[in-house]
Design a binder for this molecule. Structure first.
Ligand SMILES: C[S@@+](CC[C@H](N)C(=O)[O-])C[C@H]1O[C@@H](n2cnc3c(N)ncnc32)[C@H](O)[C@@H]1O
Length: 616
């Protein structure tokens, strides 16, 4: 074939290539190269066609050949560097791309490619320099701004990263990757409202982007808007049933809505698409554990750990599940493995102490709590639990910080957990009030003291003209708010609240809260002072074993138990009349019933000066 014929063939191949008829174009390039193996353009173009088809080996050899034949061509050298990067040869790629920018310092494309290779090698600062050069040369190159943002984000420079993504989007509004990067970076700032508004804009720009819908679902999930998150997932499922991440976030939302069986199915659907994500296995394990299938949960956590042995959350979950079935030695080693990876992992110390306690190894538990406190001297939880293990005679009320940390963290899962523990507080209160306050008339002023998430609110509402709840944990109060059953909810320490002259209550209820008080003297006096004449106080407590001689004890789990005699004495010392004291099972813990006291007392004295509407 003559030179002119070869040129024609290359021209034809380029036409086919541009028209997307890649296989035909490849055939023509091959014919040309068979006749003239050192045809520069045919080598370069065929190499790039292979690159386009992710065939990296032929791509590398043909583009390298074009560079050998035309070493001063900056475009060829740049593309060779890109291919080397795609093959993971990062050091070579960086050297090649540095040669490319030397050959043509005005090539923005070469600077971006150099930035990408440096970025991939975690040379973030050098990557930022390269992207900035590209942007100086071509300020409208959206990709340069986006990739600059990626490098800045990796450097944890979130604000400038956000600006870079925003500039990329301003240049190309439907740049889905830039939107996703923007949202991910905003998520790093943990500002859900800003992230949501960026996502809402993004979905307007790119309504068909499944990725953006999934991010929205995640964002709603993190903002604890589970129903809305689920609705986004269902919309996205109408678009595609083949996305593992989508089934994953759907599972998370279902799980948070307490639909454990549906969550399990959703995780299984995710794993049927991609079984390589350890997070999905771990979350499946948690759902299975919640569904009561602990052996299957253990298998899921182990699967997660096969994929990523350093996955400390899966190690923790595994330890919890092993403890649950009495495999204490295994639980200790799982939890220690989690702590070896993350020595700041507070929950792992705590659980480890529980396991030692379950093994009757009090010294082991104390040693773990001391280790925790050494790591985190500000941990009120570690401090409280250490006191619980070492000073059972303490009468001191649990520190406010302990209550806040404990219940803020617990708030979201509290209702589900208590359901699992078969918590009977509301049912017992309903029975007690029905027996002792006949003729429900909804005309009382009622205080729910330590209201938590408001589990007793529905019962109290039936008696209340006005229902006030008070609790130290803002997280718990937020949950209570969602019930829309209280007239007023106050975040405050109970004694402070009562001390601020809260008076005039017809009924005060305090369930499962005096277990954090130790001595009852002050709190009983406060209740007595806050009650109307003939007003009632109802409360529950955990009961000391009848054989125990002491009045109260701080237990290793951090809650107090009180003796019936001590409770009766404190009620009376506060000037209240004990109406009834019942021995009841409050809930089930570690498969054993928790014995408790259900008490009703009445204001016996004549009205004090605080008689009237509650005032604070
Ligand atoms: C186990 S929850 C019980 C919640 C609710 N009464 C129930 O029966 O579901 C205990 C609650 O008491 C609150 N609490 C404990 N000590 C408190 C204190 N000194 N002042 C106010 N709230 C307190 C906690 O924040 C938590 O919400």
């Amino acid at each position: 074939m003559a030179d002119g014929d070869l040129s024609n063939s290359v021209g034809r191949a380029i036409g086919l290539h541009r028209a997307g008829r890649l296989n035909e174009a490849a055939d023509v390039y091959r014919q040309v190269l068979a006749l003239q193996p050192d045809h520069v353009d045919a080598n370069y173009l065929f190499g790039m066609l292979c690159f386009q088809q992710r065939e990296l080996e032929p791509a590398l050899s043909h583009v390298a050949e074009s560079v050998r034949l035309a070493p001063a061509n900056a475009t060829f050298v740049t593309d060779l560097g890109r291919i080397q990067k795609a093959r993971g040869d990062l050091i070579e790629a960086i050297a090649t791309l540095e040669r490319a920018v030397d050959l043509d310092p005005q090539s923005a494309a070469a600077w971006v490619a150099l930035g990408d290779a440096r970025n991939a090698r975690d040379s973030r600062d050098a990557a930022v320099d390269a992207y900035r050069k590209a942007i100086d040369l071509a300020p409208d190159l959206a990709m340069a701004h986006n990739n600059l943002g990626v490098a800045l984000k990796a450097l944890r420079q979130f604000e400038p990263a956000i600006e870079a993504f925003q500039r990329a989007i301003a240049l190309r509004s439907e740049y889905v990757d830039a939107w996703l990067n923007l949202v991910n970076t905003i998520e790093n700032l943990e500002d859900h409202a800003v992230a949501m508004s960026a996502l809402n804009q993004a979905v307007e720009m790119a309504p068909d982007s499944l990725d953006i819908r999934i991010r929205i679902a995640y964002q709603l999930f993190h903002a604890e808007r589970f129903e809305e998150s689920l609705a986004q997932c269902e919309m996205a499922l109408a678009q595609s049933q083949q996305n593992a991440e989508l089934f994953h976030v759907r599972g998370l939302s279902l799980q948070s809505l307490g639909r454990v069986g549906d969550a399990v199915e959703s995780y299984l659907a995710a794993l049927a698409i991609d079984d390589g994500d350890p997070h999905i296995h771990s979350n499946l394990g948690t759902a299975l554990r919640n569904a009561g299938d602990v052996p299957a949960a253990i298998a899921s956590f182990q699967k997660a750990l096969q994929i990523n042995p350093e996955f400390e959350k899966a190690l923790f979950n595994l330890g919890v599940a092993q403890q649950e079935i009495g495999s204490f030695t295994e639980a200790v080693s799982s939890l220690e493995a989690a702590l070896a990876i993350d020595p700041e992992y507070g929950e792992a110390y705590r659980r480890l102490a529980v396991v030692y306690y379950a093994m009757d190894d009090g010294a082991g538990a104390v040693a773990v709590l001391r280790r925790w406190l050494e790591r985190d001297p500000d941990s009120a939880v570690a401090r409280h639990l250490l006191r619980a293990h070492t000073e059972p005679d303490s009468e001191q009320r649990a520190e406010d910080d302990y209550i806040r940390q404990e219940f803020d963290a617990f708030a979201e899962s509290f209702n589900r957990t208590l359901e699992r523990l078969e918590y009977r507080g509301p049912e017992l209160v309903a029975q007690l009030l029905a027996a002792e306050l006949p003729g429900e008339a909804a005309d009382l002023v009622v205080l729910d003291a330590g209201c938590g998430t408001g589990l007793c609110a529905a019962v109290l509402r039936g008696y209340a003209r006005r229902l006030v709840g008070v609790d130290l944990s803002a997280g718990m109060v937020k949950q209570a708010q969602q019930r829309n059953l209280y007239d007023e909810l106050v975040v405050a320490e109970l004694l402070d609240f009562m001390g601020r002259s809260a008076t005039g209550f017809d009924l005060i209820l305090c369930t499962d809260t005096l277990v954090y008080f130790g001595s009852l003297t002050q709190v009983m006096q406060s209740f007595a002072a806050a009650l109307q004449p003939s007003g009632c106080l109802a409360f529950t407590l955990e009961e000391l074993q009848p054989g125990d001689a002491e009045p109260l004890r701080l237990n290793a789990h951090g809650r107090y138990s009180h003796s019936a005699a001590y409770v009766a004495a404190e009620v009376e010392a506060a000037g209240l009349e004990l109406v009834t004291m019942q021995h009841q099972t409050l809930r089930i813990e570690l498969n054993k019933p928790v014995r408790g006291l259900l008490v009703l007392a009445r204001q016996a004295e004549s009205p004090g000066p605080g008689d009237g509407e509650p005032s604070r």
